[in-house]
Each structure stands twice: as structure tokens, then as C-alpha cells.
Design a protein around this ligand. Structure first.
Ligand SMILES: Cc1cc2nc3c(=O)[nH]c(=O)nc-3n(C[C@H](O)[C@H](O)[C@H](O)COP(=O)(O)OP(=O)(O)OC[C@H]3O[C@@H](n4cnc5c(N)ncnc54)[C@H](O)[C@@H]3O)c2cc1C
Length: 423
């Protein structure tokens, strides 16, 4: 293999694979370096293995960190629906789920990685795994990228640290962020950026599960339900999210919790904050009360457990009943009107004290990174280093849950790959 390329892509993740495909299609000689033993490892874990690869409702409002003006220019350069054309063009059919979420038709993240790798293989693009770029330096006519061999975990006597230098006219930095280090997430890419003269704003976990305090969490651990959760501080409602909520022993997770995590961290920096979960979001308060009241009359002589059975998740009802002082085994009429009303209020506003968020190990994406003002929105070319392109999570632009982060990763990769291939 020659060690001189038009384009070197650092990182075979979402944005790097897309960049490599587009740069090679545009006629550039491309080399992809990947430190993991498999490419696209993080993609395989997305959407719980189904890969929520984009969304039909992509707008600047779904993103944080980057300005709306920057994102409008990005989506003008590559209209969001063209991501689907890109995937169709490499053989991937897709399907739409709830809330505009887009998935591969097979519902398998592995197929998303495979179509990208098949395309790179048919373009004869070399992809070096277990090869970490440890330095990217400007040199006459472009860059020198120094790479180090990463011994695989199973190779006890691996040739550690063997180094190799590659030259390229342009470099696409697509090294991703620090989330899920257990599958290769790293902040090493930010270090490469800093050394090249870019700014890196402080990183924090975003789309992370929330730690909460509530005496019933252990009993509720593992329950998934539809809920609307409100974030509160000093009696004010700061944010609200509706959808699937997962109770865990440490707090709450699921899309609803993840979407609140950014606001939750910001609120906790200022003081105490709380969560209130509406566990009957499809019922108004009055509607719920008349449902409970009618049911209480119908089940008056029967144990409260019979009243609860079939109404909602019984563990949730048992926890709420305990909190209201309702005896689970006693006949329903003993609870009385006041306790039944209290139960209704609790189901509409189940309180939890917010204790923080989990860290990068459990977060989907990092907030912070290279400010988008340092790249061109139409090409993702660095405004500081000629010939350098910065894509994906390295940028300070994180999206809501629902496919928005991968969408921006593909978009930035495609635009950067095309531009990097231009002579
Ligand atoms: C569990 C989980 C689930 C998620 N689910 C979704 C979802 O359903 N929908 C969605 O939109 N987003 C989801 N995300 C977020 C999404 O995966 C990321 O936003 C996206 O992968 C970022 O793309 P990227 O190209 O910037 O980085 P990555 O896809 O992380 O790729 C970066 C690659 O660079 C490699 N690398 C790093 N440093 C070097 C180096 N120095 N040399 C060589 N290689 C290097 C890494 O090993 C990695 O393979 C999820 C994230 C996680 C952790």
C-alpha cells in the first residue's frame, strides 16, 4: 500500500465511513484509520441494536451547541432527505417508526455498517483497523498522520506501539466523542484538534440517564411506561418531555429521561431540582379522577390489588398506594375519597428528587467540542487549518434523541468527504 493519499479519514464511525465513501466516489485516493478491531462499533449499539439512523423531522431546533444559522446552512448544503438517498444508493432500505424516527428496514444496525463497508470494499478503499492516529501534523503539501498499532484485547503478546506514518493532502478528523468508552468512545480526537490549533469547549455527558432519589425506585426498577416528565427547580417548570420512561434502581432512563438530561445538568449547577412524572399522560386530572372514582365504586368490596389489576402497571400502583397510605389487601371502600384523590394526584405528578446524571460511560453523546464557528457549514472544512475537515461528535453540536445525532454525523461526513476530494 502506498503511504501517500489524497484523503486520510481518522475514525471509521458514522461520519468517517460516510466521508470515506463520498471522497472515494469523487475520485480521491482514501485511507481510513480505525483504532477499534471492528469499524462502526458505536453504530452497532445505536437504537438498541436497531440504529435510529435519522428522523423525518430534522430541524435546527433539534440540536444544541450549534447556532440555528449554522445548521440552516448545513441543511441547505445537504437537505435532510438526501441522507435517505445516500443510504438507498448503497443498498439500504429504510422504514419510519414513531415520532419520525428512521431505521434500516431490517431493524439491524449491523446492516447499516455492512452497506457502508460493502461500498468501501467495492471502491477498494483501504481500512486499517487496530490503528490509532496519534498525531496529525501539517507538512509540506498537506499532513503527516502518525499511527500506532493497537494490540487487540485478546492478543496478550501483541506488537505494542509499532508506529507508521502516512501522508495525505487532506485529513478528515472523525474520531467521535468520549461516550461509551467500553466500546471505544474516546476524547483523543479533541486532543488532536487542540494540537492543530482548534478550540475545544468543555465536554459534558448529554442524553444521559438521570440519577434520582425516591424511596420506591428499587421496586420500580425495570418498568417501562409512557409518561410525561417535568423538570422543576424553585417551583418553576424548566423542561418537559413525553414518551417512553424506564425506571431504574438509580433513577430514570429511556428517551424521556435522556432528552431532559441537558436541562437537568444545567439546573443542578444552580441548585436543587426535581422531576415530576405524569404516569397517566393520556388522561387529564379530572378524567383520571373520574376513572379512579368509578373503578373504586365498582370494586368497593374487593381488595385494592383487584382495583389495581389491569388499570396500570401493578408495581407502580402498589408504590403509589403505599405512598398514599392505601392498604393493598384491604377492601377498596376503606381507602376513602380523600386517599383516592391523593392517588390520582400522585399518578399525575410522581415526584423524584434529581441527583444528577450518569457520566460518559452511559451517555449517548457529548455536549461541547469544537465550536461550529471554526468550520464551514457547507463543507465542514476547518477555518483554522487548511486541508483539515472536522465531523460528527467532535463538533459542539449535539442533538435530541430520535436519530438526530447520527443524522448530523452522516451529513457532516458526506459534505466533508465530497469537499476533501476536491483538488
Ligand atoms: C449506546 C448509544 C446509542 C446511540 N443511539 C443513537 C441512535 O439511535 N440514534 C442517533 O442518532 N444517535 C445515537 N447515538 C449517538 C451516535 O452513535 C453518535 O452521535 C455518532 O456515532 C457519532 O458519530 P461520529 O462519526 O462522530 O463518531 P463515532 O461513530 O463514535 O466514530 C468515531 C470512530 O473513530 C474511532 N477513533 C477515535 N479516535 C481515533 C484515532 N485516534 N484513530 C483512529 N480511530 C479513532 C473510534 O474508535 C470510532 O470508531 C448513540 C450513542 C450511543 C453511545
Amino acid at each position: 500500500m502506498t503511504d501517500n493519499f489524497d484523503v486520510i479519514v481518522v475514525g471509521a464511525g458514522a461520519s468517517g465511513l460516510a466521508a470515506a465513501v463520498e471522497a472515494s466516489r469523487a475520485g480521491a485516493s482514501v485511507l481510513v484509520l480505525e483504532k477499534n478491531h471492528v469499524p462502526g462499533r458505536k453504530i452497532l449499539s445505536t437504537g438498541a441494536g436497531k440504529c435510529n439512523l435519522s428522523n423525518t423531522r430534522v430541524t435546527p431546533a433539534a440540536y444544541h451547541g450549534a447556532s440555528a444559522a449554522f445548521l440552516r446552512k448545513v441543511f441547505a448544503a445537504l437537505p435532510p432527505e438526501q441522507i435517505l438517498s445516500f443510504f438507498e444508493g448503497i443498498g439500504l432500505l429504510w422504514t419510519e417508526g414513531e415520532a419520525g424516527k428512521l431505521f434500516p428496514r431490517s431493524m439491524k444496525a449491523q446492516d447499516v455498517v455492512n452497506v457502508l463497508l460493502n461500498e468501501l470494499s467495492s471502491l477498494a478503499v483501504p481500512l486499517r483497523t487496530l490503528t490509532e492516529a496519534v498525531s496529525v501534523e501539517r507538512a509540506a503539501g498537506g499532513f503527516v498522520v502518525e499511527a500506532q498499532r493497537v494490540p487487540p484485547q485478546w492478543e496478550k503478546k501483541g506488537r505494542r506501539g509499532e508506529r507508521e506514518a502516512f501522508r495525505a493532502t487532506r485529513v478528515v478528523l472523525a474520531a467521535g466523542g468520549p461516550c461509551y468508552p467500553q466500546i471505544g468512545g474516546t476524547s483523543g480526537g479533541y486532543e488532536l484538534l487542540r494540537r492543530l490549533g482548534h478550540t475545544v469547549t468543555p465536554l459534558s455527558p448529554s442524553l444521559a440517564p438521570l440519577k434520582a432519589r425516591c424511596e420506591y425506585l428499587k421496586e420500580l426498577d425495570g418498568i417501562r411506561l409512557q409518561a410525561a416528565v417535568t423538570l422543576l427547580a424553585e417551583g418553576r417548570k424548566l423542561a418537559r418531555s413525553e414518551g417512553e420512561l424506564l425506571f431504574t434502581a438509580y433513577g430514570v432512563s429511556g428517551p424521556v429521561a435522556l432528552d431532559l438530561s441537558r436541562a437537568a445538568l444545567a439546573a443542578l449547577k444552580k441548585g436543587p431540582a426535581a422531576l415530576e412524572a405524569d404516569l397517566f399522560p393520556d388522561y387529564g386530572a379530572r378524567e383520571l379522577y373520574s376513572l379512579l372514582h368509578g373503578r373504586a365504586e365498582a370494586f368497593a368490596q374487593r381488595p385494592f390489588s383487584h382495583f389495581a389489576c389491569g388499570l396500570h402497571n401493578w408495581k407502580v400502583l402498589k408504590a403509589c398506594a403505599a405512598r398514599c397510605g392505601i392498604d393493598w389487601q384491604a377492601p377498596v371502600f376503606r381507602a376513602g375519597e380523600a386517599k383516592m384523590e391523593e392517588l390520582g394526584l400522585l399518578l399525575k405528578a410522581f415526584p423524584m428528587e434529581l441527583a444528577g446524571t450518569l457520566g460518559f460511560e452511559d451517555a449517548m453523546v457529548a455536549a461541547g467540542g469544537c465550536p461550529v464557528s471554526e468550520v464551514d457549514p457547507a463543507t465542514f472544512a476547518s477555518r483554522r487549518v487548511e486541508g483539515l475537515f472536522v465531523t460528527g461528535e467532535l463538533l459542539d453540536a449535539d442533538g435530541d434523541s430520535g436519530g438526530f445525532n447520527l443524522h448530523l454525523a452522516w451529513t457532516s461526513g458526506i459534505l466533508a468527504g465530497r469537499a476533501a476530494a476536491r483538488k
